[in-house]
Design a protein around this ligand. Structure first.
Ligand SMILES: Cc1ncc(C[n+]2csc(CCOP(=O)(O)OP(=O)(O)O)c2C)c(N)n1
Length: 584
């Protein structure tokens, strides 16, 4: 049967067809939908882990116990999982272990543009790179076969376009694999004491040589010989773009990003007059091909930064800059991303701004508070960095921090990697205030459950993390809960806590406005009394999409509340003239 699937749906299907028994992930665009789709296959145990390191360790545990396992993450998630990754390369696997890394060229929804092909080389494990949904599905099964044949974890690298674009996929029946009923013990392979690790390292090096020989026979590293004036080596969507621009030229399509098929590359280079490597981001193939002594053109004509398109290929090869596409609708106003109307994060940042505090920020929907008009977040590095960063700021200020800086972190991000930073603050006596924005969901990536929400990915009720008990156990003595919609309560809590010479936590608790209906808090929509509105525009400073400016209303123009209002009443509390009132 043939169906239309996104790359992420295809990865999920591929996992099921390959008889995966355990799949673990932490959400992150563009990888999130893999696990969201896997959960429909009831014979796979699937979980949202608290972070990517845990996800990979869960998957490795399953592989050691004999159950095929999949771990999925966005590119930066591999940084978090890097510790077990590098040693899993030494231990190898039991049943197959596959790690899907979804990279994000152009940073559509990421804080950096790292090219995770480098991880394959660094950790010495093979990497497959599909170019469409059919390959996404088929390569999962192939990756499991390679994993078991070569006793290694195997990477599959996706990118935003492969994960999110849809194409036709031919389905297969799933593999029936018997459930393991015991764990084989193997001290030398799975206990990475220095003595054993020293013995494993040469095994890894031999495995790499074997894999390189295999790469030369791997049928999906495909030589396409046509016109030979130009030959292009490419993989993933870059291959699709180059093929679209130069359908008549010769290609070496790499489906195995690491290790490279040296013989095939030499053969291809000998067949064509001019050899190009067309690869998004780093000169990963180019550097290795140059090191083989082969002359090649790559990053001298194609960009290192950003996402490619068919036009990138023709611009680089022809040397002619393409005409910029005419804007389709140039009269529309810009629509920068914004927090939703009624978002519980908005009022907190409004207060932080009025208090002129330095906000050590983090990643989530609330990062949008860094943008105008709210403009109340001053750092955003990686998940968890708000808390530990605030500690560094406090120590740099040498006890002079009272009333100056706070850390702000979302609930999922706190669970992912804020807990250890808070432990550091307690242990090393930082006078920091950490505000946890508990909207009971991982909102930014599309509302996934986490250990603080009370539900699992598979829909079961679960133990719900008690933040207060946890923070107390970490050594924080001052913890208070606020309603983020009550601005006066928020202001007085922050004022008191930031002026305290000890560490404190403020838990701002209100469910995401897009949460399941039974959790949502909303009131009647509000309206602006245009007689009372003096046109000061103070309410517009909170950046709520439900608030508009109507220049023709009232004496000097007036605010207007549109149909997006959820009745959160943050704007009403900002209005000094009480001009925002319950609507009809
Ligand atoms: C290592 C890593 N993994 C995943 C992500 C993607 N990501 C960034 S923040 C975040 C969680 C946001 O949820 P939360 O902290 O609850 O804030 P909310 O969006 O709900 O306001 C996720 C999944 C990332 N940027 N880095």
């Amino acid at each position: 049967m043939k169906v239309l699937l996104s790359g992420n749906e295809a990865f999920a299907r591929g996992a099921w067809e390959a008889g995966v028994s355990v799949a673990a992930a932490y959400p992150g665009t563009p990888s999130t939908e893999i696990l969201e789709n896997i959960v429909q296959y009831k014979d796979i145990y699937a979980e949202w882990s608290p972070n990517e390191k845990v996800a990979l360790e869960v998957a490795l545990g399953s592989a050691i116990a004999g159950g095929r396992a999949l771990a999925c993450m966005k590119h930066v998630g591999v940084n978090v999982a890097a510790d077990p990754l590098f040693t899993a390369s030494y231990t190898g696997v039991g049943a197959g272990l596959v790690i899907i890394t979804a990279d994000d060229p152009e940073m559509h929804s990421s804080q950096n543009e790292q090219d995770n092909r480098n991880y394959a080389r660094f950790a010495k494990i093979p990497m497959l790179e599909p170019a469409d949904s059919q390959e996404a599905k088929d390569f999962v099964r192939l990756a499991f076969e390679l994993s078991e044949r070569f006793d290694t974890p195997v990477f599959i690298r996706s990118t935003t376009r492969v994960s999110h674009a849809k194409s036709i996929v031919e389905l297969r029946e799933p593999e029936k694999r018997p459930a393991p009923d015991d764990i084989a013990r193997n001290f030398e392979k799975f206990v990475m004491l220095p003595r054993n690790a020293r013995m494993r390292h040469p095994v890894v090096e031999q495995r790499l040589r074997d894999l390189a020989a295999f790469a030369d026979t791997f049928e999906h590293n495909e030589l396409i010989t046509q016109e030979t004036d130009i030959g292009i080596i490419a993989s993933g969507t870059a291959y699709q773009y180059a093929r679209e621009s130069y359908p008549g030229k010769s290609f070496l399509k790499l489906s195995m990003a690491y290790p490279l098929p040296e013989k095939k590359i030499r053969e291809f280079a000998a067949r064509v007059k001019k050899l190009y490597v067309f690869e998004e981001l780093d000169p990963f193939y180019e550097d290795q091909i140059r090191a083989m002594g082969i002359t090649v053109t790559g990053k001298d004509v194609f960009p290192v930064c950003g996402e490619f398109s068919p036009a990138t290929a023709s611009a680089g090869i022809s040397g002619k800059r393409p005409e910029p596409p005419a804007p389709l609708l140039d009269h529309l106003p810009a629509r920068p991303p914004n927090m939703c109307p009624g978002c519980p994060h908005r009022g907190i940042f409004h207060i932080l701004k009025t208090m002129k505090l330095f906000v050590s920020g983090d990643i989530g929907c609330y990062t949008l508070a860094a943008l105008p008009p709210v403009s109340a977040m001053h750092t955003c590095i990686c998940m968890g960095a708000s808390v530990s960063g605030a500690m560094g700021m406090d120590k740099a200020l040498r006890g002079n921090n009272l009333g100056k800086a706070v850390a702000v972190i979302g609930d999922s991000t706190f669970v992912h990697s804020g807990i250890t930073g808070l432990l550091d603050i307690a242990y090393n006596q930082g006078a920091c205030t950490v505000i946890i924005l508990d909207n009971r969901i991982t909102a930014m990536t599309g509302r996934q459950e986490h250990p603080g929400t009370g539900f699992t990915l598979m829909g079961k009720p679960a133990k719900q993390l008690n933040y207060e008990t946890l923070c107390r156990a970490l050594g924080i003595d001052h913890i208070r809960t606020v309603n983020p919609y009550d601005l006066e309560q928020v202001r007085s809590a922050i004022e008191e806590e930031v002026n305290r010479p000890e560490a404190s936590v403020i838990l701002a608790q209100a469910p995401c406005v897009l949460h399941r209906r039974e959790f949502r808090q909303s009131g009647p929509a509000l309206r602006v009394d245009t007689q009372a509105c003096i046109g000061c525009r103070a309410c517009l400073q909170i950046g709520c999409p439900a608030l508009e400016w109507h220049p023709g209303e009232g004496a000097k123009g007036a605010a207007f509340i549109n149909g997006l209002c959820t009745g959160c009443a943050v704007c009403a509390q900002v209005c000094k003239k009480s001009a925002i009132k319950p609507g009809k």
